[in-house]
Structures are given as C-alpha cells and as structure tokens.
Design a protein around this ligand. Structure first.
Ligand SMILES: [Zn+2]
Length: 144
C-alpha cells in the first residue's frame, strides 16, 4: 500500500492524474496477485487458506501451516515469483506499464529479503523446522 501511495505521489508520466490513479489501482492489483500466488501454491500443497485480503498495511493471507517444510517454502516464494513474472512481462511496456514493472520488481525483491515477517524469512525458516512440530496458523502479512 505504501508503495502504491509512493508511486502515485511521484506523479509518473508528466503528472497525468489519470495515469497516477491507474497506476495506484494496478499496484493494488499487483498486491492481490502476489497473494493469489501464495493461494495457488497453498492449494497445490493442500493447505487450507482461511483468509486473503487487503488492509492499510498491505495485503495478507492467513493459512494453515503446510505439513512439509518444502511446501511452506514454496508457498512463501510463490508470491514474489508472481511479482517477478509481472515485472518480466511488463518490463518493456511503455508508460504506466513500465512503472508497474518496476514496482513489481521492488515488491518481489523486497519480499525475498530474509527479514522477520517477509516471504524470504518464511522460506528460510521453513527449512529449519521439524515437520512434526505443532504449528499455529501462518499469517503472511505486511507485503510491501
Ligand atoms: Zn507474500
């Protein structure tokens, strides 16, 4: 969300309000597509998803933990992967499309930094967990 406000605030494309508003909406769509990446990976791993949505802090998904650490890591990495794919597809697009590509690249890379709460952290820690450990539901929030 902060990224959307930042990019709209920069006034892309000679300050055209319509382009800024469009970019804002597309950044929100990017956040939702990021969460849809997590959702699809969770479904593929037969992990129950409780909730997915947007809030003032960003997008989030609440799900059950996966049985296998690899699945948790795959679910965590799937969101940034979606953003990287969007960036790759739109990289040569003109105007708002290129700004959206940059935003998605930043979203993908920033989420991969293994800091607590990030997708990179979840993927990193998934490898260190014992599959037999009881786990509480996973909240994947705070996506930038
Ligand atoms: Zn994520």
């Amino acid at each position: 969300m902060a990224g959307a406000v930042l990019l709209v605030g920069l006034g892309p494309m000679d300050g055209h309000l319509a382009a800024g508003l469009l970019l804002g909406l597309l950044t929100l769509a990017s956040l939702l597509l990021h969460e849809c990446g997590h959702l699809l990976a969770a479904r593929a791993s037969r992990v129950k998803v409780r909730e997915i949505g947007l809030c003032l802090r960003g997008s989030y998904i609440r799900r059950e933990p996966a049985r296998m650490p690899f699945d948790d890591a795959a679910i965590a990495l799937s969101g940034p992967l979606v953003n990287a794919l969007i960036a790759a597809v739109l990289w040569t697009a003109p105007g708002v499309g290129h700004w959206l590509a940059i935003y998605n690249l930043v979203l993908a890379t920033s989420n991969l930094v293994p800091l607590p709460g990030s997708d990179g952290w979840r993927a990193f820690t998934a490898w260190n967990r014992n599959p037999a450990d009881a786990r509480s539901p996973v909240v994947m929030a705070g996506d930038k």
